[in-house]
Design a protein around this ligand. Structure first.
Ligand code: IFM
Length: 455
């Protein structure tokens, strides 16, 4: 289906979607909370990484971030005032366990309890991500996700959280973007803990996926009526040219980037094509692992930002592919290609190739170099248009038969963008970090009007 959007702001309406469609925003703990040493929180690998000179582009950390730990009521008010009906957040494991006491930290449980009550009081359905990259440092010191004892520690944490909050939260996401946990954290080293080893990254990826599958069973046991899923960062893969070599490169790249996760989660094991490419670097798999990973889920969370364009590159280990960045594409200020068509391709592809059940776009957004104008407004027309075009793409994917049930914009607030620090702004709300003032941007105003059916 071709999208013709001539008059962007009015080209799409909430009434184009089902009345029970979820409209939300996504956030994550380390990116917004701050208060890293408060109420018994202990360091995570991201505290350590950000404190290491040279790891974060602007030398910043998440120590204060958006100060959400103290301003959470104002932030939930913002989400409510936008007219949203759902809110995706993550829990900081490091506020719950400290590696010393066997009992969970009551202050940590109390914070998330208040937060969830605050969502419910504001008509926001809570969507809880259990792991958004902030592994406790004390576990990293014992081998991190490479040590299978971390799987047990994760399950202990999940057990506590789901028993504590399961009466109030029905939607659970075990992991956010295991690709990033494993590959950015341990292959290219861009993220914490900063290792650079493919076999290590693949083993960590496997262990994280085992922890996902085992958590699915545990959450179901603890939370009657739970809906459980995982959020994957997926990319449509396209050939850089129509040469046979580039076209063949697409399948190799896709085998690790997408099918490595989707195939094993949906009961097909790891793709033979990727296993052949990584050879002896493949993870060690214990009896029962593959079955555990394939525990049936209720939904798949799709985090979509941009397509990847690849060419044949015989010298690149292991995939023999290279990502290229053609000049003729529209890009965000982060350099990410703006391709709403890619969202349609992706949603259609996962639904066609896998028994995903319901699909949710659990993240989608854009980073632009926003400025607070002299008039007190943040006029982020490019982000607003990005949003409109991606919502239109989602509408078209639904019209083509896709079972997409909700959309969570990344993100409610500008926040700590990992290795980029505060240099990248993804929020629908501008944060003036000097004062912590929140200013809803033009994109946020548009999203709010859209969700309220007023544009
Ligand atoms: O900020 C991140 C988020 O933590 C995970 N998904 C991608 C976002 C933008 O890079």
């Amino acid at each position: 289906m071709t999208m013709i959007l001539t008059d962007l702001p009015t080209a799409i309406k909430r009434s184009d979607f089902a009345s029970d469609f979820l409209w939300g925003v996504s956030t994550s703990a380390y990116q917004i909370e701050g208060a890293v040493a408060e109420d018994g929180r202990v360091p995570s690998i991201w505290d350590t990484f950000a404190d290491t000179p040279g790891k974060i582009r602007d030398g910043s950390t998440g120590a204060v971030a958006c100060d959400h730990y103290h301003r959470w009521e104002e932030d939930l008010d913002l989400a409510q005032s936008m007219g949203l009906n759902s809110y995706r957040f993550s829990i900081a494991w490091t506020r719950i366990f400290n590696g010393v006491d066997a009992t969970p930290n009551p202050k940590g449980l109390e914070f998330y309890s208040k937060l969830v009550d605050g969502m419910l009081a504001r008509g926001l359905q809570p969507w809880c991500t259990l792991y958004h990259w902030d592994l406790p440092q004390y576990l990293e010191d014992q081998g991190g996700w490479n040590n299978r004892a971390t799987i047990d520690a994760y399950l202990q944490y999940v057990d506590v959280i789901t028993k504590h909050l399961g009466g109030r939260i029905k939607h659970w996401i075990t992991h956010n973007e295991p690709w990033c946990t494993a590959m950015h954290g341990n292959w290219d080293g861009m993220h914490a803990p900063g290792n650079k080893s493919l076999p290590l990254a693949l083993q960590i990826c496997h262990n994280v996926l085992v922890s996902h599958g085992r958590a699915v069973q545990l959450i179901r046991a603890n939370v009657p009526g739970a809906k459980v899923g995982i959020a994957l960062s997926l990319h449509p893969v396209k050939a850089a040219s129509d040469s046979a070599a580039d076209i063949a490169a697409v399948s190799r790249h896709d085998a690790l980037r997408n099918r490595w996760f989707l195939d094993v989660l949906y009961g097909r094991g790891y793709p033979a094509e990727a296993l052949a490419l990584v050879g002896n670097d493949a993870p060690k798999i214990e009896a029962g692992d593959i079955e555990a990973i394939a525990a049936p889920c209720d939904f798949l969370g799709v985090n979509y930002y941009f397509p990847e364009i690849v060419q044949d590159a015989p010298d690149e280990y292991p995939l023999r592919t290279k990502i290229v960045y053609p000049q003729d594409r529209q890009r965000t200020d982060f350099g990410w290609e703006v391709s709403p068509e890619g969202l349609i391709t992706l949603l259609e592809r996962v639904a066609r190739d896998y028994p995903t059940g319901d699909l949710y776009v659990t993240e989608n957004g854009s980073s632009y170099d926003d400025h607070l104008g002299a008039d007190g407004a943040v006029t982020d027309t490019a982000r607003r248009d990005y949003l409109i075009r991606h919502l239109a793409a989602m509408r078209d994917a639904i019209a083509a038969g896709g079972k997409i049930k909700g959309y969570f914009a990344w993100s409610l607030l500008d926040n700590f963008e990992w290795a980029e620090g505060y240099l990248r702004r993804f929020g629908l709300t501008y944060i003036d970090y000097a004062t912590q003032r929140r200013i809803v941007k033009q994109s946020g105003e548009w999203y709010s009007a859209f969700v309220r059916g007023k544009n």
